[in-house]
Design a protein around this ligand. Structure first.
Ligand code: DAK
Length: 260
């Protein structure tokens, strides 16, 4: 599929998806959301793609939220469709077996922060800024932000950020645990790629099932999560990659995983 608002670049099993709508600070209109959904759906089906990195074009913004100009004009039915499509995108990222890293290069506001939070983890530039301005617009985060942020950093800090609409610097987002690591703007993508390559060298089904266990386990009672983890653990013993991984260790050589 041809994309008008995305750049999709594949290199050695790692795909960088860049949201490229600089004139509106990469904000999410319905076209961007539809393109992201199509791109990610296709990439997750492609066994050659081991890790996906999502970033924003330019140095100013990752994604400055949902597109306010488009949203302001929506009828109630259109707003409902918009919300459903946005939520479907966030859930797709959770359901995909391919790991997705957010490389936040600038403003991650509103729907942009929700997109980053839907990813498996966030790396950010030291110049990035984070916030949920929604209550200042008369709404609340609607693409899973209240749920994902409170689960990630706890309800108290999430409440402070969401109720105040305040925009916080990257250093604070790091201290609060929103961001795994901070880098200079130049280092951000190379470092995300470095981690992506490390992940891509592991057994793909192992990584995919670990993501499944983490994401789905969060919605379960602990004992159910343990049971779910044990089931996935058992299933992996039906793969050649389990034999390859353990065999390679015992034979003191590096493993060559096939994803099967
Ligand atoms: N939407 C549309 N255009 C945007 C935009 C946005 N979110 N953010 C920036 N732009 C546009 C600006 O309008 C401007 O365009 P022109 O005026 O040049 O045509 C251009 O990008 C450059 O922006 P600025 O001139 O404002 O740049 P500054 O450096 O002065 O300021 C800023 C940067 C990021 C602080 C500022 O642009 C800003 O405050 N932007 C809005 C941030 C914001 O409030 N974002 C949250 C949007 S609310 C829902 C689910 C989810 C959501 C909604 C509904 N449902 C379940 C229904 C999500 C809501 C949100 O994300």
């Amino acid at each position: 599929m041809e994309f008008k608002n995305l750049l999709v670049e594949n290199n050695d099993g790692i795909t960088i998806v860049t949201i490229n709508r600089r004139e509106a600070l990469n904000s999410l209109n319905s076209a961007v959301i539809a393109e992201l959904e199509c791109a990610l759906y296709e990439l997750d089906l492609d066994e050659a793609v081991k890790v996906i990195i999502i970033t924003g074009a330019g140095e100013k913004a990752f994604v400055a939220g949902a597109d306010i100009k488009e949203m302001a004009e929506l009828s109630s039915f259109e707003a409902h469709d918009f919300a459903r499509r946005g939520q479907r995108l966030m859930l797709l990222i959770n359901r995909m077996h391919t790991p997705v890293i957010a490389a936040v290069n600038g403003y991650a506001l509103g729907g942009g922060l929700e997109l980053a939070l839907a990813c498996d983890f966030i790396y950010a530039s030291e110049k990035a800024k984070f916030g949920f301005p929604e209550v200042g617009l008369g709404v609340i985060p609607g693409f899973g932000g209240t749920q994902n942020l409170a689960r990630l950093i706890g309800p108290n800090r999430a409440s402070e950020l969401i109720f105040s609409g305040r925009i916080i610097p990257a250093a604070k987002a790091y201290v609060w645990g929103i961001v795994n690591e901070l880098f200079s703007p130049e280092e951000l993508l190379p470092k995300a790629l470095e981690t992506a390559r490390e992940i891509a060298g592991k057994a793909p089904r192992g990584v995919g099932y670990a993501k499944d266990a983490i994401v789905n386990g969060l919605n379960m009672a602990k004992e159910d999560g343990f049971r779910y983890e044990a089931s996935l653990f058992g299933v992996l013993f039906a793969t050649g990659d389990q034999r390859e991984g353990m065999g390679a260790f015992l034979e003191k050589r590096s493993a060559a995983f096939k994803g099967k």
